[in-house]
Structures are given as C-alpha cells and as structure tokens.
Design a protein around this ligand. Structure first.
Ligand SMILES: C[S@@+](CC[C@H](N)C(=O)[O-])C[C@H]1O[C@@H](n2cnc3c(N)ncnc32)[C@H](O)[C@@H]1O
Ligand code: SF4
Length: 457
C-alpha cells in the first residue's frame, strides 16, 4: 500500500491544485485596462527576466467526451485562419510592450489541438517570433499534439522549425476505452511516433488519463506496461476530472459506471509503482521523468519550477505571456486571463487592444506566499532562510504573512508527512501524496475562502 488510507480519508478534502497562487477562481473581472497593460510594462523590470509564450489553439476536429480543456469543435478553415491572423496581431501587441533586451526561453503550444493547424500556419507564427524576438540558447519549443493528426511529413516539419518537445495525448491504449470516450484513433502507432520523434532528438511526453469508463486495474496495467516499453522521456498521468456542471458534454459518460474513488486510487497506486519501479522519477504527483531528464535533475537540485503549462526548470522559466482565447499570462506581479469567447477575442484584437477578461494583481505578501507554495509543490522543500534573504523579511514576518499555524505543521510531522530540517521543512516520501494539503497550510486565502475546489487527491 503506497498511500496511507487513514490519511487519505482525512486529507481528501477540497483543496486548490496550486497551478498558480492565488488560484484562478480568485481572478476578478473588475479592473482598469490601463493597469493590466501597465503590469506587462512593469514585468520588464521583474524576475524571471526570460519570456515564455503560451499559444492556445482551441480547435479540435472531434469532441472527446471526457475533455475538460477549452475547445471549439470546428471544420471551418476560414475560422481557423482568422484566428491565426489574430494571434499574429496579439504577438505584435506584446512586442510593443516587451523590452527588446529580454529573450524567449520557452514557447508552448497548447489546446485544443495545435496540430490541427496546417504546417503553413504554424510556420507563419513561428517566423513572427523568430523575426521579432531574441531567444536564449536552447529555448524549449513544445507542442501538445493529438496523435490522430500526425503524419511523418508533419513531424519532419515540426523538427525543422526547432520544436524540441512533443507531448502526445494517448489517454489509454485500450481501443474500447477510446471508443467509449469518442476519441479518434491515431493512424500511426504511438510507439512508431515516439521512435520517429526520438530519432530526430525530440523528447516525447505521453499523457494518460485514469478514471475513464471501462478502465480496470488490469486493463490500465496493460496500458502502463506498454507505455514503459515505449520509453517516453516523460509521462503525465492525469486523474479524470468529471465536472459536468462546467462541461455538460461529459454527462454522456455517466451511462457507464465511472470508476469510483477507491478504484481510482488503486489504479493510481498501480501506475505510480510501475513507473517508479521502472526508474521513472515522480515529478509532482502526476508527472514522471527519466532520471537523466532535466526535470528529474532539477528536482534533485531543488531547481524545479512550475507554471500553468506544467513543470519546468529555472533555466527555461520565464514570465509567461499567453496568446489566444482563455490563455493566462503569469507574471511576477500579475495574472491576466484572456476572454474565452472567440468573437470577443477577435473583436478586441481588431481594435488593437489586449483581450483581457479577468486579472489578479499580487501584492508583496502574496508573492512570498506564491513562492513558498511553488517550492512545496515542486521541490518539496522550503527554507525560511532562503525566503528571508530573497524577500528581505524576518522569520516572524513570514509567519504573520502566511498566518502559519505551527500546530498543523506539527501534525504533519507526527503523521510522518514532513520533516523539520535546516530552518525549513522537507516533504517526506509519505507526504508526497499530500502536497496540496501541506501547501494549503501556508495559504491564508484558504483559511477564509468559501470557494469551490476539487478534492486534494
Ligand atoms: C490539450 S489536451 C492534449 C492535446 C490534444 N488535444 C489531445 O487530446 O491529444 C491536454 C491533455 O489534458 C488531459 N485532459 C483533458 N481532459 C481531461 C479531464 N477531464 N481530466 C483529466 N485530464 C484531462 C488529456 O490527457 C489531454 O491529453
Ligand atoms: S481531449 Fe484534446 S482532442 Fe479531445 S476534445 Fe479535448 S482538447 Fe480536443
């Protein structure tokens, strides 16, 4: 048994996922546009200095019934081309505000399905970045791909454009599971795609989802064995988020008996053990990387970081500027979320203004809390000495800012979830499964909010 079942019962309560601090449901639509734009200008003088761009491509050709992403199902080529044209304008808007001394360290294409775009459209957008910005050496250029759209020619073109990380949405290898969730099947076998990309020195991530209809421990165990045999560089193992009140199309899956919480935990434990027994290092909880992967090395060296796009190293981490519908820019002092509505997005871009819909401006205290929570969620370690010197605050100020309740920390210690070490705390192996709960102790918003969050595990 990997996860202590009594502790699981105790800590499986609604808790933020902490992909950001504060979580996105604290962002507000009440803001002055000029203040949002000023936060972009101000970000030029803040850390990290590097620029990360996130491009959201919302289009997909077919709706997977489990999908929780921001998608728009379409076969309208004009709609897609107009969106690409709008993205170009948005890139140029950012160029006008970002200092030419800053360099791009990361471009992440997410969706929806970025590989639903034609190679010509991707080339156009990439060229605009190459023509208008400087890059660090070895920037990360990554794309989330639906394997059903990939051909050998398409992969050759991506390699030619310097894409150096591809993640493939596999979800499950069982065809009957994929059919049940209305998922298009790939034309090229996943192992062939991975081999081909790796032969071009492009590392590959595979995404899986557990908790889908018809999955059992036995069936998913075969999927995990197959994944390990394929030897991807990284693996993401997502717990299926069934949120039909936000994504009504998911209701259709309720005709199947969805795996209940106990079975999901069993599937997770099985997959976790198989990956770690086969030398994959667990990054966060739901990501795994080979021991020589830069994320595994960064974790060992306590240099891991994280943004909305996932885990990254401090080298590639930049302040994130998000392009396209629903994208969230993540800067040192502000979050800016774009509208989710395609028409509003297009209208605002044609008026030459940023399509922001919700924002959050962080005060100095919230930056400290954000740092502490990120350290726990990534490096599983936080040092009060480091925070004192980084933010020029005393230990007592840190305690006051986080409204830290030492009895809670002592409880985690007694339960074997953390250890006190060297003016800091270290999360133990047992505590790894309760990272969100441990992080929440440093979050004063959690102590006073009536907001809705998913359960911690
Ligand atoms: C944008 S998609 C990846 C690219 C492409 N659209 C695809 O499906 O292959 C990002 C990933 O989110 C995960 N995902 C989508 N909906 C989810 C849900 N409801 N719960 C958990 N994971 C989900 C899937 O693993 C998916 O591969
Ligand atoms: S899972 Fe991927 S392909 Fe399927 S609908 Fe969602 S974003 Fe589109």
């Amino acid at each position: 048994m990997l996860i202590d079942k009594d502790l699981l019962k105790k800590y499986n309560v609604p808790t933020p996922r902490y992909t950001s601090y504060p979580p996105a449901n604290f962002f507000t639509g009440k803001f002055q546009y000029f203040e949002a734009v000023k936060s972009i200008d101000d970000s030029n003088n803040q850390q990290p200095e590097n620029i990360s761009f996130y491009l959201h491509i919302p289009f997909c050709s077919q709706l997977c019934s489990y999908c929780g992403c921001n998608t728009h199902i379409t076969h309208d080529k004009n709609l897609i081309q107009n969106y690409v044209d709008d993205l170009k304008q948005e890139i140029l808007l950012y160029k006008n505000h970002l200092s030419p001394n800053r360099k791009i360290s990361q471009i992440h294409w997410g969706g929806g399905t970025p590989d639903y775009l034609s190679i010509g459209q991707i080339k156009n957008l990439m060229q605009l970045f190459f023509d208008n910005f400087e890059f660090i050496d070895n920037p990360e250029i990554a794309m989330e791909c639906h394997p059903a759209h990939l051909t050998y020619e398409y992969m050759d073109e991506l390699a030619g454009m310097k894409f150096n990380r591809i993640s493939l949405g596999v979800q499950d290898f069982e065809v009957k599971v994929l059919n049940a969730v209305h998922r298009a099947l790939p034309n090229i076998e996943i192992n062939e795609i991975v081999k081909y990309l790796q032969s071009k020195s492009i590392p590959v991530n595979l995404d899986f989802v557990y908790g889908l209809p018809l999955q059992t421990v036995e069936s998913f165990s075969k999927t995990i064995d197959k994944a390990i045999a394929i030897s991807p560089d990284r693996i993401a193992l997502f717990s299926y988020a069934h949120v039909p009140w936000v994504k009504p199309h998911q209701k259709i899956l309720e005709k199947y008996a969805l795996p209940e919480a106990g079975l999901k935990t069993e599937i997770f434990e099985m997959a976790f053990s198989k990956f770690t027994d086969n030398k994959y290092v667990s990054i966060g909880l739901d990501h795994f990387a080979k021991p020589n992967d830069e994320l595994a090395i960064a974790l060992k060296e306590k240099n891991l970081s994280r943004n909305f796009q996932g885990y990254c190293t401090r080298q590639t981490t930049g302040q994130v500027y998000a392009l396209g519908v629903s994208g969230i820019s993540q800067m040192n002092s502000a979050f800016l979320q774009n509208t989710k509505d395609l028409k509003t997005y297009s209208r605002k871009i044609s008026e030459g203004i940023f399509p922001f819909e919700k924002v959050y401006f962080l005060n100095e205290n919230e930056k400290i809390i954000s740092h502490i929570i990120t350290e726990i969620m990534t490096n599983r370690y936080v040092s009060s000495r480091q925070i004192q010197s980084l933010f020029n605050v005393s230990f007592y100020e840190i305690v006051a800012i986080t409204r830290l309740d030492f009895s809670k920390l002592q409880e985690f210690k007694d339960e074997g979830l953390i250890e006190f070490s060297n003016f800091g705390i270290t999360v133990t192996h047992k505590g790894m499964f309760f990272l969100r709960n441990i992080a929440a102790v440093f979050d004063p918003l959690m102590q006073q909010s009536g907001k809705k969050f998913s359960k911690a595990l």
